[in-house]
Design a binder for this molecule. Structure first.
Ligand SMILES: [Zn+2]
Length: 131
């Protein structure tokens, strides 16, 4: 018998971060399920944060109180930016320290989400130089 787990995801609704409903899924199907759930909420899978709340009660309250709140605060205070991918149109996240990483290397901030960037090739060569 497949073991089931309860999951909650966090996504950007166009204005702020919100959480999904609690989803109970077979552990065997977890990866495929999460790919679909991220797509449904128009999030890059890499930036679609998922929390296992199988053993917490009420299942999603903690995610809401801590993670959603924290992300919205980061967004409001400019530590986090949300972009729409140029290729797939999904939302992806950029934290200020990541942005600094690009700036310090004189690279322009990516226009694509992590998934699309990976498709294009690995490593720094895939980033666009400013010059
Ligand atoms: Zn993309």
């Amino acid at each position: 018998m497949a073991r089931k787990i309860s999951l909650v995801g966090i996504y950007f609704d166009g204005q702020k971060f919100v959480r999904t409903e609690v989803h109970t899924v077979d552990l065997d199907n977890e990866a495929a399920f999460l790919n679909k759930l991220a797509a449904k909420h128009n999030m890059c899978r890499e930036d679609f944060a998922v929390f296992d709340c199988t053993n917490s009660f009420p299942p999603a309250a903690r995610v809401e109180a801590v993670s959603v709140k924290e992300r919205n605060k980061d967004l409001e205070e400019g530590r986090l930016k949300v972009f729409k991918c140029k290729d797939c149109g999904r939302f992806w996240l950029l934290y200020r320290d990541e942005e600094d990483w690009f700036t310090e290397r004189d690279l322009s901030v990516p226009k694509r989400c992590v998934t699309c960037r990976r498709k294009k090739g690995k490593g720094e060569k895939s980033y666009e130089s400013k010059n």
